[in-house]
Every structure is written in structure tokens, then in C-alpha cells.
Design a protein around this ligand. Structure first.
Ligand code: FES
Length: 331
């Protein structure tokens, strides 16, 4: 992945906000002209939440040629920490702070063929890639996975542009995705790249299938904004005895946020489970660690000796025995 340029914050005005599904809104922002957002780009947005200002990242689904109009699509999260709620409350004329388009999910040119794979709101990260591949006349498939058609944004637009290249996999229509078949059905010539964004279960299943077929991991590229956990987010206790810190992580807060609020000065960078800078040692856990990062290996996650505190959390022991989750960390 390429590194981002430094984020430059500026005021942007909301020029459109409308629903595209029950829970997803399309929001267009106008800001100073710059460059068109490249496929896979995102903007960081300063959101106001009941706990104060915070930053969220949203993929750019559409950009004007000069980058002065950027459209994002935001799903109202079930366990919203206030970010998506804030975004859904925006109306035309509101002003917010956002960055220029930033890039860490670049579409590489030169592959023989491409597969775009989106699950749910993960469609936002690959929609512009699809437009570019179509425009360039590339060989590609566009696989879009969802629970119900009503929850899937932009289906009509995608079908209109991509025709037969679009494969809708809809659980409640019994056309759900067979991940193993998808991966094993790709040519073995090492000239196919997959770009995916969606729930962690989908991305993890694809990654496992990809590796078990001996494919190059560099040809499997992903964006993590759409990631969810293995378990529902619930509150749990955390302590770091060396710092004298003990607190409760609310279901709508991250471990990193809760520790910061309790006065622990923890290291972090990406806050998306990618860089590993926030990895901390676990000295004991009651419950199940919900590893939501893509930094640790499967083996590292299996032994639960560390976790990435920006995204990972703890779920109560199976069956609820022993109460809520509890985590003790060591520095
Ligand atoms: S801050 Fe990058 S993985 Fe947590």
C-alpha cells in the first residue's frame, strides 16, 4: 500500500445528503478544488460525538474532476460511537472539517484481470475502482455480497454500468457467495488481483482460501473500513496494573478510547487495525478476544498473547458464564 500524503484539513460544505438504503446515506461535500480522488481513496472527517470530537474515515464513492466535490456514503452503525449518527444528521449547508482525498487502497495498474469484491457498505471502497476498470476496458468481475437486496446500496447503478460483469450474491435470495469456489475458480497464472472490502468474516474467509490455494498475498488487497467483529460489541472491563488504570470499555467505545479517557497514554497510528503500533501484551483475559485487526497473523491471534487495542475487544465467556469480559494488559 502506498503511504498517504499529510492530511490537510479544510472546511467543507454539505451540498447533498440523501438516503440510498434504509441505513446508508449518500453525502456530497464541497471543498477547495484540488485533484480528483483516485479509486480507493478516502477522506478523514472530524465528527462531533457525545464524547467529543473524533475522526472517521469514509471512502470516496464519487469525485468531481477537480476534487472540489467528494461524495461519501455512510452506514448508520448499530453500535455507533456517534460518528455515523453525526454524519446522518448533516443537512445541506452544514459545514464540517475534512481532509483532501487520502490513499491507502490503491488500484494498481498492470494486472491481467481484476476481481472487485464488496460486502455490504464495503461497496463504497470499490465502486470507483469499478468505474475506472470499466472505462479502461479492463478484464474484471465485480462481486457484490449482501444479506438482502434492500440493504445493498447502488445496485441499479452498478448493474447499469457493469452489466454481466456484476455478480450479486444475496443471502436471502439463496445466491450467497461460495468463497472457496470464487478463489479456486480464478486462473492460476498469478495475473489476477482481488480488491475487497467488507465484514471481517468475509475478508477472513477470502484470505484463508487465498492462502490455502498458495496464491501471492500481495495480489489480495483490502480496505478495512467496513470491518465488523466476530462478536457483537459489548462492554467489558480492562486494567493495566503498571499504570494503575482500571476502567470499563463501553460497547460503543474502542479499547484505545477507553484507556485514553482513563488517562493511559497509549501508542497508536492508523486506528484501523492495520499498522500494529497499538499492539499490547495480554496478561489475562476472561472471555473471548475479538481480534478485529488485519495486522496480527492467524497464529498470533490464536494464542491471544497480544491484541491491537484500536479495534479489537473482548466478548463475554461463551454462554455468559462468569459475567462480562475482563482484560488485563501489561506494558
Ligand atoms: S493503531 Fe494501527 S493497528 Fe491499531
Amino acid at each position: 500500500m502506498s503511504s498517504d500524503p499529510r492530511p490537510v484539513w479544510a472546511t467543507a460544505r454539505v451540498v447533498e445528503s440523501r438516503p440510498v438504503t434504509d441505513r446508508i446515506r449518500r453525502i456530497t461535500l464541497e471543498r477547495a478544488a484540488g485533484r480528483r480522488a483516485a479509486p480507493g481513496a478516502h477522506v478523514d472527517v472530524r465528527v462531533r460525538t457525545p464524547k467529543g470530537d473524533d475522526v472517521r474515515s469514509y471512502s470516496v464513492v464519487e469525485s468531481s474532476a477537480d476534487g472540489s466535490r467528494l461524495t461519501v456514503s455512510v452506514m448508520l452503525a448499530q453500535a455507533s460511537r456517534g460518528g455515523s449518527l453525526f454524519m446522518h444528521g448533516l443537512v445541506e449547508g452544514d459545514e464540517i472539517e475534512c481532509t483532501q482525498p487520502l490513499q491507502n487502497f490503491e488500484l494498481r495498474h498492470g494486472a491481467h484481470r481484476y476481481v472487485l469484491l464488496a460486502g455490504g457498505v464495503g461497496i463504497t471502497a470499490v465502486i470507483e475502482m469499478g468505474r475506472v476498470l470499466h472505462r479502461l476496458g479492463q478484464d474484471y468481475r465485480f462481486v457484490y455480497v449482501g444479506r438482502t437486496r434492500a440493504q445493498m446500496a447502488y445496485v441499479d447503478e452498478l448493474a447499469g454500468l457493469h452489466g454481466d460483469r456484476l455478480e450479486l450474491r444475496v443471502d436471502d435470495e439463496h445466491t450467497g457467495l461460495d468463497v472457496a469456489a470464487l478463489v479456486s475458480g480464478l486462473p492460476d497464472d498469478g495475473r489476477t488481483e482481488v480488491y475487497m472490502c467488507g465484514p471481517i468474516r468475509l475478508m477472513d474467509a477470502v484470505r484463508r482460501a487465498w492462502l490455502s490455494h498458495g496464491r501471492l498475498i500481495a495480489d489480495l488487497r483490502f480496505e478495512t473500513f467496513g470491518s465488523s467483529g466476530w462478536f457483537e460489541s459489548e462492554s467489558f472491563e480492562v486494567e493495566i496494573p503498571e499504570l494503575g488504570v482500571s476502567t470499563v470499555v463501553a460497547s460503543d467505545a474502542s479499547l484505545l478510547e477507553a484507556l485514553a479517557a482513563a488517562g493511559a497514554d497509549m501508542m497508536y497510528d492508523c486506528r484501523k487495525g492495520e499498522c500494529g503500533l497499538c499492539e499490547v501484551k495480554v496478561s489475562s483475559v476472561r472471555g473471548r478476544i475479538d481480534h478485529r485487526d488485519v495486522f496480527l497473523s492467524d497464529d498470533e491471534k490464536a494464542v491471544d498473547e497480544t491484541l491491537c487495542i484500536c479495534v479489537s475487544r473482548v466478548a463475554a465467556p461463551e454462554g455468559g458464564a462468569g459475567g462480562s469480559g475482563r482484560l488485563t494488559l501489561t506494558l
